[in-house]
Every structure is written in structure tokens, then in C-alpha cells.
Design a protein. Structure first.
Length: 149
């Protein structure tokens, strides 16, 4: 499972011009579920992400977590994180988990963030054509792979 975490001032996701999810100060997370991922992969990411100390303290040092600052999260499904670009110029997405296994893991990840104490967690719509807007704060962008944790 791969996650791209962006520290944001705010973020929102729209489908057909209608906002379906948003967050204020916190993280916008692009989540890619890879074939073979399990709940254990989601658990590894959930154990790490809310506690990443990438918010500034009173001295301007990245020393506070999303939980410390009462941050919110917007989680967007992103199968293209499974892209294999090793051959040619057209990415292959064969490594992305199929919807029947990816959707339950995506939903488990979101519910686990809520259970971990994140004040507000919203989502886009799995498989939809979404338009994501955000103001990256910093910018700060962290990439995590559950297989490397």
C-alpha cells in the first residue's frame, strides 16, 4: 500500500462540480492499494501517518503531529500509485489491486484513521473522476510504502 501525504492548509475533492469531501489544516492523502495488500499494510500506515511530526511548533521546527494540532485528513483513492513505468512510455497499472479487494482495504484504512483519533476524515469516491484542490503547506510531501515500514 502506498500513500502520498501532503501537509495542507485545506483540500477538497469534487465530482461533477460538487464537493464530496474536504479538510482544513491537516493531510491530503493519496492512497494506492497494491495487489496483495492486506489489513496489516493499512495498519502499518495508520500507525505511522497520524503521528508524523511534520507540523511546526512554536520554534518553527517540524515537531508536531497531525494529532497534536487537531488536524483533519482527506483520503483519495489513487490506483495510479501502482504504476509500473519500467518499460516504454505508457505506464502499466496491472499491479493495482482490483476494486473487490481495494475498496474494502481503502475503507478499512479510512475507518482506522478515525479510530486512531483523527478529528475529521473525509474521502472522495473510489473509482470516480475526481478533481482535487489543495494548498500544500510548506510544501511538505511524504511518500510511504507499507512494504518499507
Amino acid at each position: 500500500m502506498k500513500a502520498v501525504i501532503q501537509r495542507v492548509k485545506y483540500s477538497n475533492v469534487k465530482i461533477d462540480g460538487k464537493t464530496v469531501g474536504s479538510c482544513d489544516k491537516g493531510f491530503m492523502i493519496l492512497l494506492g492499494v497494491i495487489e496483495g495488500d492486506t489489513k496489516e499494510d493499512a495498519d502499518k500506515l495508520v500507525k505511522k501517518i497520524p503521528h508524523l511530526r511534520i507540523f511546526e511548533d512554536e520554534n518553527g521546527k517540524m515537531n508536531l503531529s497531525c494529532l497534536d494540532v487537531g488536524g483533519e485528513m482527506l483520503v483519495i483513492s489513487q490506483f495510479t500509485l501502482a504504476a509500473d513505468c519500467s518499460h516504454g512510455r505508457r505506464p502499466s497499472f496491472i499491479g493495482a489491486a482490483k476494486p473487490d479487494s481495494a475498496i474494502p482495504l481503502y475503507e478499512y484504512f479510512v475507518e482506522s484513521l478515525k479510530a486512531a483519533g483523527v478529528s475529521r476524515v473525509e474521502t472522495g469516491e473510489f473509482g470516480a473522476d475526481m478533481k482535487v484542490e489543495l494548498v500544500n503547506d510548506g510544501p511538505v510531501t511524504i511518500i510511504l510504502d507499507s512494504k518499507e515500514l
